[in-house]
Design a protein around this ligand. Sequence first.
Ligand SMILES: C[S@@+](CC[C@H](N)C(=O)[O-])C[C@H]1O[C@@H](n2cnc3c(N)ncnc32)[C@H](O)[C@@H]1O
Length: 247
Amino acid sequence: MTAQLVERLGADAVSAIDPSPSFVAAIRARFPEVDVQFGVAEHLPFPDDCFDLALAQLVVHFMTDAVSGLLEMARVTRPGGVVAACVWDHAGDRSPLSTFWRAVHDTDPGARDEAELAGAREGHLAELCEAAGLIHLEQTTLTVKVRFATFADSWEPFSLGVGPAGCYVTQLDDRGRDVLRSQCAQLLPPAPFEIAASAWCVRACSRLISRQPAAVDTECWCHVMPMARPRHQRRRAVVISRPATVP
Ligand SMILES: C[S@@+](CC[C@H](N)C(=O)[O-])C[C@H]1O[C@@H](n2cnc3c(N)ncnc32)[C@H](O)[C@@H]1O
């Protein structure tokens, strides 16, 4: 998402924030001109009304307090600006991690997956946005497809300890990891294979304005606030957490 915004708006018009040192380091390396800061959505280090749009891609479900995070996104976005977010459909078994969690449940029926996280079930992301006072909500789903050349390519991200799935793998012993890996391999089609994954998406307005926002474009919602002003007056976009690869 940061790459898209940089391409569309220019690096000097984009800010990004993430609490994870490795994620911050990665985006600094890739986009040295982007203002990247450590921090969480719940306490954004920006003044009121300083962005045209604030985007959180696959982040809301990790926020400690999702409504506070969305409220902060609205606070830093000018009235009438766009606040948008998306979360994998974990509850509907349509996330890129669904096969992984199915394998976990086969081998460890009591394990907790990500289905109950904020925004991960139908309608919940919109409820959170409404609770944060966002208006003119537009809900949609986006589906992406990822192709894996080998099973090992699909398993490798889980062994990095990132996110709830990575944490689950990390706390297993060698035998437990082997059992889970085999179960995942059994549930997936033979390589090469493709995984389709869908995310709940909400695009909303930060606060009341006299006109309706532009219609949603499901292919990409980050172009909706074009930077048509002269460069010295340009406002900016903030990305809550940097882009990464699926999952
Ligand atoms: C699944 S990654 C998504 C990264 C990127 N936005 C993407 O779409 O590829 C989740 C990110 O949320 C970040 N994160 C976790 N809690 C957060 C919070 N309270 N505020 C902002 N970011 C948070 C994590 O550090 C991680 O970088």
